[in-house]
Write a protein that binds this ligand. Structure first.
Ligand code: ADP
Ligand code: MG
Length: 915
């Protein structure tokens, strides 16, 4: 039983207050067919909507089975509509994008009934209205009468107690009207049917009771129903079953909806995806650029490690303080009215003096050797490389079998051409570490022989990378070339040819060098000989060591020398940014290690180590106490000289022009013009020297000592022998992988400096910082700009999606009304829209990522063409791609949240009135 008690309802539009119902009271039986008649605007629809729980009354009460609805909450109304009420409208209100079956199922769907039962019940309901055969049609494929029957089936599928029909035949012709009325009459057999109609005849014929309304009041009732007792119960929540929809249902509902407007959906998703594409492109680009920058940083840091040398010159202070040339008074800092003294040259020179710094690398190495030192956190892939002043020469024989010192000294050796044996064979470089034509290859991490920084930069064009200590590679430039001078220096081209060229140049001829191709094989088969400095010293009978310098001695030495093999030929890659092998040959750290071990194990080194006071080369003490001791030393020294040495020394003394008074000059040997001594034989010279020193005065001996006998020092000797202590590197290279890490390493060194004594502080020049300071700023600016772009794209795309969802809400207003009428709650409605935006979000994401991937193909081609760099590759990292899809879903749902909420808030009555 349904009791309508004194219900009033007013609508306010602007200032106009419209009374739709004005104290209507009506009791309806559980089972009757009530027709409500009345002119247009008399409040019929309003009454029906209030009975159906679609609209709310202002005053009065609606009592359902003796329960007041005054305290009904939204969900009570939803449940009431879903389970108790079936609505039939004049305009059918079927959801156009759903099949007939789905339309009927919808009410059951909202009730949360299982799929199978839903289908069965919907089919049965459709069969009952005579449409069992057409369940897969869409509403627009049916006639008006058929559609109204579908609407009736939908209203009945939940087996409601009450069926409300608002002018169900209003849009139908007489014949179909009759069919519908027959159907309703049938339906009314076991429930309450309330039908609004314009047609008194139909009411007369089918209804069991007719109620007439006018101006919101009941003016006539053919069969009033009086209820005596006011036995009203308080409103209490009565669970009539759930009226809820699962998210999957919302999804399928929205999915079907979207399917009916594929084109529009794709366009929508595409519009939304523009933001995602923007983000993805920027992300790809910045990933590519970052990767590139990282690579650059890595390769830069591989080529420019932090280098700390034993003796450094702080270049940065000089650079920073160099004043510019003063052109104006302002810049000159004084008026231009006289002669001013510019002292910057001297100041500069003094700075150069004072900015030299000795670094205690032995102490610093101890710090580096501690595994837990702060610095190790930032050291890069290539680690820390220690350089040692190894001292060696490499000889070879050119194609004409002439002996060549590969340091280039053979070419400069003028004496050689005159056929005179001289001291030039070892050149200048023997006494100062490895030669410029040889580069130690950066060792790799974890004991790998050669760093990947090098192996990645070169192509091996013949042979292989060195594996043994006595192997080396020949490095070609990008064009497979080596300069002619270098090739002459290393004896690949014959020395005699070089000398001819020099002669021609001396004669003022223009020289052309023919373009020649040398076979890899030939070079790889050329023998090279390793001569450690220590090997050139030989012990004389008198117990002192002497350096062997003659060609014969050299030949002898080389007979027993270790042979160096050219194991391979490498060529700098086209895109390489830095040539690691600055020399012609690259050897491995194994050679350095070998030389250190070999030298330390030699006799001369052991002997010198055993007697730290006496110079094993001269027999004189390193630090004579007084002149007496010096004279003693000089006598001992002169006594041990052989014929050749005596002759050489005498020749030197004569040449310096101090022959008669050797002690009087400043001791500049070899600068004077060669005298007659030049034509004399060694033996005569030695004899002359002996007679000269027959009975020498102490003064003369002391003068000879001061000018020609250097006591030397222990350290000097060790250096000559090429002794290297592993604890005392000559330079330390610390490699970082990025500028950041490099800065951190600098900080760590600062911290180290803070903990050690003044003399152990480390000073070095950060060349990368000087070179790169502007580059890092640019990189930072680019990064910020990209971030800003991404942020803007994000905002734009969410706004776009929000607008699109809002339009969709406007479009589906009617559907919202229908859903509400059949019992969907506000939550269900927002859920449907969220489901729709969710689907659009997925599509948007995939379109965005897909289009981006497609765009990257020509994009990268353009980048490559524009920058000329193959190494800048915009790529979308897979994780970012997935994150973007998720982000797209999130943004779309977020953008649709407000419109969905608005949709949920829509008044179902208003929504249904919308066309
Ligand atoms: P009927 O169905 O009998 O034609 P209605 O119940 O639709 O009449 O309307 C009753 C009165 O209430 C009419 O005057 C109508 O203009 C007014 N009315 C109905 N709904 C609204 C509304 N949402 N806003 C303003 N006025 C309304
Ligand atoms: Mg109406």
């Amino acid at each position: 039983m349904l009791q309508i008690k004194n219900i009033s309802k007013k609508y306010q539009t602007g200032d106009l207050i419209q009374t739709a119902l004005d104290g209507v009271s009506l009791n309806l039986r559980d089972n009757e067919f009530v027709a409500i008649l009345g002119p247009s605007g008399s409040g019929k629809t309003t009454l029906l909507n209030i009975i159906g729980g679609l609209d709310r009354y202002d005053s009065g009460d609606l009592i359902i089975n003796a329960i007041s609805t005054k305290k009904y909450k939204d969900r009570d109304w939803d449940s009431y509509r879903n389970h108790t009420i079936g609505f039939v409208f004049q305009s059918y209100n079927l959801i156009p994008h759903q099949s007939i079956l789905s339309n009927v199922e919808l009410a059951l769907t909202i009730s949360g009934i299982s799929r199978k039962e839903r289908k069965n019940r919907a089919k049965k309901a459709l069969e009952e209205v005579g449409l069992g055969e057409q369940i897969h049609k869409k509403p627009n494929q049916m006639s008006g009468g058929q559609m109204q029957r579908v609407a009736i089936a939908r209203a009945l599928v939940n087996n409601p107690d009450i069926l409300l029909a608002d002018e169900p035949t209003g849009a139908l012709d007489t014949e179909t009207s009759v069919q519908v009325m027959e159907l309703l009459k049938e339906v009314a057999k076991n429930r309450l049917v309330v039908m609004v109609t314009h047609n008194p005849e139909l009411a007369e014929e089918y209804a069991t009771r007719t109620v007439r309304l006018r101006d919101g009041r009941v003016v006539d009732d053919t069969d009033p129903y009086e209820v005596e007792a006011d036995s009203l119960k308080e409103a209490e929540h009565k669970n009539m079953g759930k009226a809820s929809m699962s998210f999957m249902t919302s999804l399928s509902l929205s999915f079907n909806n979207l399917k009916t407007k594929k084109g529009r959906t794709i366009l929508t998703a595409f519009a939304g995806s523009i933001g995602i594409i923007g983000i993805a492109l920027i992300l790809s680009l910045s990933t590519g650029v970052n990767q590139y920058i990282e690579d650059i940083q890595k390769s830069t840091m591989a080529s420019y490690p932090i280098t700390i040398e034993e003796r450094t010159f702080d270049l940065s202070t000089v650079i920073a303080e160099t004043p510019g040339p003063g052109f104006t008074e302002e810049e000159a800092d004084h008026a231009l009215d006289g002669v001013y003294v510019n002292g910057s040259d001297l100041e500069q020179a003094s700075k150069v003096q004072t900015n030299y710094n000795e670094n205690n690398l032995t102490e610093f190495k101890k710090y580096l050797d501690q595994k837990d030192s702060e610095i190790h956190e930032y050291v890069g892939e290539n680690g820390i490389i220690y350089s040692y002043n190894t001292n060696f020469s490499i000889f070879t024989r050119d194609s004409e079998d002439a002996l060549v010192n590969t340091d280039g000294s053979t070419l400069e050796d003028k004496e050689e051409s005159t056929g005179r044996p001289g001291g030039g064979m070892f050149g200048g470089n023997l006494m100062g570490g490895s030669t410029g034509n040889f580069t130690e290859l950066l060792p790799g991490v974890n004991g790998e022989g050669i760093s990947t920084a090098i192996t990645d930069t070169y192509d091996v064009v013949a042979g292989a990378w060195p594996k043994e200590f006595n192997e080396m590679v020949l490095a070609l430039d990008k064009n497979s070339e080596i300069s002619a001078t270098k090739l002459y220096e290393i004896g690949v081209l014959p020395t005699s040819e070089y000398k001819e060229i020099m002669e021609k140049m001396d004669n003022g001829e223009v020289v052309t060098i023919e373009n020649r191709k040398l076979d890899y094989e030939e070079i790889m088969n050329q023998p090279f000989y390793l001569l450690p400095a220590v090997d050139t010293f030989v012990k004389e009978e008198n117990g002192q060591y002497r350096q062997q310098t003659t060609a014969d001695e050299l030949e002898n030495l080389l007979e027993n020398a270790v042979e160096m093999k050219v194991s391979g030929i490498i060529r700098l890659k086209k895109d390489a940014e830095y040539a690691f092998v600055s020399g012609v040959f690259g050897y491995t750290q194994a050679l350095t290690d070998y030389l250190i071990d070999y030298t330390n194990g030699s006799e001369i080194v052991k002997e010198q180590e055993a007697s730290k006071e006496i110079n094993v080369l001269t027999g004189v003490s390193f630090a004579p106490a007084d002149d007496e001791a010096k004279i003693e030393d000089a006598k001992t020294y002169l006594a041990t000289l052989g014929v050749t040495e005596k002759a050489n020394l005498f020749r030197t003394i004569m040449a310096s022009g101090q022959g008669s008074t050797p002690g009087g000059g400043n001791g500049m040997p070899g600068t004077g013009a060669p005298g007659q001594s030049g034509e004399m034989g060694e033996v005569e010279l030695a004899a002359m020297f002996d007679s000269y020193l027959q009975d020498p005065e102490d003064e003369t001996i002391l003068a000879i000592y001061e000018s020609y006998i250097s006591p030397g020092s222990y350290e000097e000797n060790m250096e000559k022998f090429g002794v290297v202590s592993l604890d005392a590197p000559s330079a330390i290279n610390i490699y970082a992988d990025s500028f950041d890490a490099k800065d951190k390493i600098s900080e760590a060194i600062e911290h180290y400096n803070g903990t050690v004594a003044e003399e152990n502080k480390i000073v070095y020049t950060d060349y990368v910082a000087i070179l790169m300071s502007s580059v890092t700023t640019i990189i930072n600016v680019i990064t910020y700009v990209l971030i800003a772009f991404v942020a803007v794209s994000l905002v734009v795309s969410s706004i776009m999606i929000g607008i699109i969802t809002y339009i969709s809400v406007l479009e589906r207003t009617k559907e919202i009304g229908i859903l509400r009428a059949i019992g969907a709650s506000k939550k269900n409605i927002s859920q449907v829209f969220n489901a729709e935006t969710f689907i659009i979000g997925i599509i948007t994401g995939f379109i965005g990522v897909g289009v981006t991937l497609l765009l990257l193909i020509p994009g990268n081609a353009v980048i490559h063409a524009m920058t000329g760099l193959d190494t800048v590759n915009a790529v979308l990292p897979p994780v970012s791609g997935m994150v973007l899809i998720v982000l797209s879903i999130l943004l779309t749902v977020l953008g649709g949240l407000l419109p969905a909420k608005k949709a949920a808030k829509q008044d179902p009555v208003v929504a249904l009135r919308t066309e």
